[in-house]
Design a binder for this molecule. Structure first.
Ligand SMILES: CC(C)(COP(=O)(O)OP(=O)(O)OC[C@H]1O[C@@H](n2cnc3c(N)ncnc32)[C@H](O)[C@@H]1OP(=O)(O)O)[C@@H](O)C(=O)NCCC(=O)NCCS
Length: 158
């Protein structure tokens, strides 16, 4: 399979926060943000793999600032490292005030997706083309996160 650069699958999603997405304080619900993170991560991974995927893991998630009704929520997703049948994607979430343009990072999430066929069997996914020192550093960090994640998984499964 041909290696593909992360830039080819990098994705930006933008939507306005509507009252239906909010808690009684007028801030977006954490669960709605998590849903959008899953979607943004999946889109970048689908664009990279062009296979069916399942979400295998979502690393711990912090909500640094609230995002209020009427603001924009922006999700930027980028594949960080590809393994054999699985890959990691980083999703950064920003709020943007519609009237001022002020932007803040509100969450950063790392998700792992696994390529599967229609019968649910794992399928190999295309390698990542790693060209710059920065991309190499990002992939090395992803490998360390993967090792920690698999350790946590085996602690849960036993
Ligand atoms: C995710 C899932 C496919 C993994 O199945 P499994 O039999 O435990 O995994 P395998 O041992 O075959 O490993 C497949 C790959 O996934 C990776 N993987 C599995 N669980 C993982 C986890 N929790 N975190 C990170 N990677 C994981 C493995 O390292 C392996 O990667 P590699 O092929 O790139 O080396 C399976 O647990 C599953 O289907 N879970 C439910 C998924 C789901 O319903 N998600 C929500 C809706 S999409």
């Amino acid at each position: 399979m041909e290696p593909k650069p992360a830039a080819d699958s990098a994705t930006e999603m933008v939507q306005v926060v509507l009252p239906n997405d909010a808690n009684p304080l007028g801030f977006i619900l954490g669960g709605t943000v998590m849903h959008l993170i899953d979607i943004a991560g999946a889109i970048a991974c689908h664009r990279h793999t062009r296979t069916l995927l399942v979400t295998a893991a979502v690393d711990d998630l912090q909500f640094l600032h609230s995002i209020k009704v009427g603001d924009l929520i922006i999700l930027k997703s980028r594949v960080t490292c590809v393994f054999r049948t699985s890959l990691e994607v980083q999703v950064d979430v920003f709020s943007e005030e519609t009237l001022t343009g002020r932007r803040q990072l509100t969450s950063r999430a790392f998700l792992t997706f696994v390529g599967v066929d229609r019968e649910g069997r794992r399928v190999p996914v295309p390698p990542l083309l790693v060209e710059t020192d920065e991309e190499r550093r990002v992939c090395e960090e992803a490998q360390a996160r993967r090792a920690a994640r698999l350790r946590r998984k085996s602690a849960v499964s036993t």
